[in-house]
Every structure is written in structure tokens, then in C-alpha cells.
Design a protein around this ligand. Structure first.
Ligand code: URA
Length: 360
């Protein structure tokens, strides 16, 4: 038998073993759950990864998370990342570094002043990754393909680290549809450019439509934590159009190319507004589809930096955009405090959080 043939056979055996192992594990978990019934909770990891993830991961030793510049041989994932409860993603490394610094004080971490926040993935030269206690902060770049790559690796990261039921957030900016700039938008349902609630992945030349679903209960919990009177801005729930492009894909008139006129543009915006679409951005369908496929609870929170019914160009001053940028961060921090310290700041009666910073 030739070397190549032997190598192929070895690979097939390895593949089969991985599949059988993953299925056996899942069957064992289900049998245990059925036998013990209501006496036990569904094992935490069953609520998200074990059953849905790639069975061939078991064959990888080490698994190299290339774009995050991490691998399972040189990093002890359970030790380094096992305590992660929240994974927060945003477009740029700078935004996520700022968020990581903000979260340190918001959740009362006593990080020694001597310890500088470190970009764990700096040497990968693609994405930024920061860890502050139970919070991972990662950049995702622009668009579906970019966020999809980092999500594959972050989902593998929380899987290898055996994280317990992590919650994923995407925070960012968006164009509002009939919505005041500065409004915080929580996505109820992302839609793709053809107004379908899916993320299309082409595999072996064939388009596959993956359901782009977000956790509705989480979205409502986030809305409940907003306080328009005190915040000074609205937080709303609505559908999001996720485009593959900033210009023509979002019916702008200011791209390098434009094959329609202002009337066509307004007609399109009115049409999607009537369907309940309140904003446009570029990552929500991929984010929702990948987290949903892994069974991970997830939410998308974006601040509108323009009302697209009134224009296309982003011309707010830098200081205004900076203020807008903090709004999703503030809401996510409130949610984290609520989960970590059982602290509901809108309902002082239920707040048990002597050590929670900023709580009444
Ligand atoms: N991000 C987008 O994708 N579109 C906008 O209009 C603003 C931010």
C-alpha cells in the first residue's frame, strides 16, 4: 500500500472515531438526563456546544486558532479562559480595548495598576483580544466574512476552555431607519440583503441558509435595563437589515457607484421601515447564525450614528460619535452587573450587591 493511501486511510479512521466519540458523548448525556429527569439540570455544555460543534475538532491536537494567534498546545485553555462568562465583540481593536478598560471599573475588578491590559492576539495581526476577568473582548472587523472567522475561533476557544454557558454580545454602530442619531437599537431579528432571516454560507458551491436567530429573552432583559429618562436617549427593539456593503448595499447615494436615484432610495427605506426594520449594519446575520448554531445566547446592540431617512454621510463631530459609542457599552455593563452581582439598577428593591460598583 502506498504512503498516500495509508495516510488517507488513517485520516478516515480518525474522522470516523471523532464522529463516533462525539455521538457517544451526546447519547451518554441524554441517557443521564432522561434517567435522572428533573433531579438534574441539563449539563451546562449541552445547552450549547457539545452536540452542534464540528466532530473533527476531537482529531486536532493541537487545534490552532490561527487568526487569534492561540493554540491548544501552548495555551492551557481551561486555565486561562475557563472563567469567561461574556464574550463581547465590536468592529475595531481600539473600541474593544476601550471597552475592556471600561469594564474593569464597571464590574469592580481590582486589576493591579502595574498590570497593563494586553492584546492577547496582537501577534496574529488580524483581530484584537483582551481578557478582563470573566469578560473577553474581541474585535471583528467589517462584514460577515470577517466576523464569521473570528466567531469560529471564539466559539472553539470557549469550547476548549469548557466555559459555562457564555453569552455573546456584538456592539457597534448602525444607520437608523427613521430613528434619531444616538438611539440604541437592540436587534430582534436580523435580515439579509434579500430581507431573509438567514445567513447564507456557500459550501462546495452550494448556498446553505443558516437561521439567523438571536435570544429574544436576552434582548428583552437588555431593554428592561434601559432607562430613557435617566439615560437621555431611547433604547428600542426592532429588525435589523444586515447588508454586505456600506454603500449600494445600504442604498446610499454617496458611494463610488450608484445605479438608482433618490426616489428609489427613499422608496426602499420606506419599504423596509414598514416591515419593522429600524437599522442597518453589516454583521448581525453572521453573528446570529453562528451563535445560534452553537446554541449560544447572543444579542446585537448598535447605536444609530445617522438617520438614513435624512442623509447618507456621517458628519457628526468626533465628540458626539465618542459619546454615542459608549451607549452600548453602558447597557452591556449594566447587564453584566445584574448577572454577576444579582443587581437590577432599575429596581433597587432587588439589588443585593454590597461589592458591586455603581449600585445604589
Ligand atoms: N454602519 C453601517 O453599516 N451603516 C451605517 O449607516 C452606519 C454604521
Amino acid at each position: 500500500m502506498g504512503d498516500k493511501c495509508e495516510a488517507n486511510m488513517h485520516k478516515n479512521v480518525c474522522d470516523l472515531k471523532a464522529m463516533v466519540n462525539a455521538q457517544n458523548k451526546r447519547i451518554d448525556e441524554l441517557i443521564r438526563f432522561i434517567k435522572e429527569g428533573s433531579k438534574t439540570d441539563i449539563p451546562q455544555e449541552m445547552t450549547w456546544c457539545t452536540c452542534n460543534l464540528n466532530p473533527y475538532l476531537e482529531c486536532l491536537n493541537p487545534d490552532i486558532l490561527y487568526h487569534l494567534n492561540l493554540d491548544t498546545k501552548t495555551t492551557d485553555f481551561p486555565k486561562v479562559f475557563g472563567d469567561v462568562r461574556f464574550v463581547c465583540l465590536g468592529g475595531t481593536g481600539a473600541r474593544m480595548e476601550k471597552f475592556a478598560n471600561f469594564i474593569i471599573s464597571e464590574i469592580g475588578l481590582k486589576l493591579s495598576m502595574a498590570v497593563e491590559l494586553r492584546n492577547i492576539s496582537a501577534d496574529g495581526h488580524r483581530y484584537a483580544l483582551f481578557k478582563v476577568g470573566p469578560v473577553l473582548c474581541a474585535s471583528h472587523g467589517i462584514g460577515g466574512p470577517s466576523i464569521s472567522i473570528v466567531l469560529h475561533e471564539l466559539i472553539k476557544l470557549v469550547h476548549h476552555a469548557k466555559c459555562q454557558d457564555p453569552i455573546f454580545f456584538r456592539m457597534g454602530t448602525c444607520g437608523g431607519i427613521g430613528v434619531e442619531p444616538g438611539t440604541l437599537v437592540i436587534t430582534s431579528q436580523p435580515l439579509d440583503g434579500q430581507l431573509r432571516p438567514v445567513y447564507e454560507v456557500v459550501v462546495h458551491t452550494q448556498p446553505q441558509l443558516r437561521p439567523a436567530l438571536l435570544d429574544q429573552a436576552l434582548a428583552k432583559e437588555l431593554i428592561a435595563l434601559s432607562n430613557p429618562c435617566e439615560d437621555g436617549y431611547d433604547t428600542i427593539l426592532g429588525k435589523t437589515l444586515c447588508a454586505n456593503d456600506f454603500y449600494e448595499g445600504q442604498s446610499r447615494l454617496d458611494g463610488a457607484f450608484c445605479g438608482y436615484n433618490p426616489q428609489k432610495k427613499m422608496c426602499f427605506l420606506q419599504q423596509i421601515s414598514q416591515m419593522g426594520v429600524v437599522n442597518m449594519e453589516m454583521e448581525s446575520t453572521a453573528f446570529a447564525a453562528l451563535t445560534n448554531q452553537a446554541g449560544i445566547r447572543a444579542a446585537v446592540i448598535c447605536v444609530a450614528i445617522i438617520n438614513r431617512m435624512e442623509g447618507d454621510q456621517i458628519n457628526s463631530p468626533e465628540c458626539v460619535l465618542k459619546d454615542f459609542d459608549q451607549r452600548a457599552q453602558i447597557l452591556i455593563a449594566r447587564y453584566m452587573r445584574k448577572v454577576l452581582f444579582k443587581c437590577d439598577e432599575n429596581n433597587v428593591e432587588t439589588c443585593h450587591c454590597d461589592d458591586a460598583p455603581g449600585c445604589p
